[in-house]
Design a protein around this ligand. Structure first.
Ligand code: ADP
Ligand code: MG
Ligand code: MG
Length: 253
């Protein structure tokens, strides 16, 4: 049974105005196969949490721990985190000029597994996953994220998720900018990964819409760099009706 533990996480970022504490004591435990939705207003630090788990150098952990099956994630390089089974789908995926989707996937798979996948099964797996995600086969020969529409970027992230088979995935606003059809395809991919590989998921979102397709086991309301309230799926229903207003400090309203 795999577990990702975030304990009393405090994170600083260097801004033009000086150092600012963005995360102010985050506690979160995600077991294998669980879906945790982290929901909160813009600027509450959700992406900061995602980047910190992924190991982005801009985000400095000043207190607290992140443990993957008891191993200290904060001691690991970005590559080591990926090999340990962590996956981040970013809110704003970057373009990789000159690198095709196929080559990127094979290189990543080889780096994560420590050896190249057998060609025959790999080609079959890639085709299957692309068909699952209703992606056109010529998509594989395009450069990563170059000129991709919002929907294509998100499908590409889920394609990576299906093929790289991480243990835990952080999905940062995977729903933003998707039309309903793309949202369904992407959500099915996430649900498949949970069912097939016991993926544990940290689903970061501002809106409740994606939760009609991906059903969280736990919902956390994230405000001002910490979890203000947690509950089950019913908490998301309340947020849909009431918004974040009652969680905001008076000064922030
Ligand atoms: P969310 O994803 O919830 O919208 P973010 O984590 O993106 O929130 O941002 C939280 C706060 O931290 C914001 O006030 C944002 O301006 C600030 N912040 C985040 N990353 C940086 C950065 N790299 N440089 C400066 N400020 C940042
Ligand atoms: Mg934001
Ligand atoms: Mg964000």
């Amino acid at each position: 049974m795999s577990v990702l533990e975030i304990k009393n996480l405090h994170v600083n970022v260097q801004t033009d105005q000086g150092v600012r504490e963005i995360l102010r004591g985050v506690d979160l435990v995600i077991n294998e196969g669980e879906i945790h939705a982290v929901m909160g207003p813009n600027g509450s630090g959700k992406s900061t949490l995602a980047y910190t788990i992924a190991g982005h150098p801009k985000y400095k952990v000043i207190e607290g721990e992140i443990l993957l099956d008891g191993e200290n994630v904060l001691d690991m390089t970005v590559d080591e985190r990926a090999r340990a089974g962590l996956f981040l789908a970013m809110q704003y995926p970057v373009e990789i000029p000159g690198v095709t989707v196929t080559n990127f996937l094979r290189t990543a798979k080889t780096a994560i597994d420590g050896s190249a996948p057998s060609v025959r099964t790999w080609v079959k797996d890639v085709r299957q996953s692309m068909s699952n995600l209703r992606m056109d086969s010529n998509f594989a020969e395009r450069n990563v994220n170059e000129g991709f529409s919002g929907g294509e970027k998100k499908r590409n992230e889920i394609l990576q998720l299906e093929l790289l088979k991480p243990r835990f995935a952080v999905l940062d606003e995977t729903d933003s900018g998707l039309d309903v059809d793309a949202l369904k395809v992407v959500s099915e991919g996430v649900n498949r990964a949970k069912t097939n590989t016991g993926l544990g998921i940290l689903l970061i979102t501002h809106y409740t819409r994606i939760l009609r397709y991906i059903h969280p086991d736990f919902v956390h309301v994230f405000v001002g760099g910490r979890i203000a309230e947690q509950g089950g799926p019913e908490l998301a229903d309340r947020l849909e009706e009431e918004g974040y207003d009652r969680f905001l400090e008076p000064a922030a309203k």
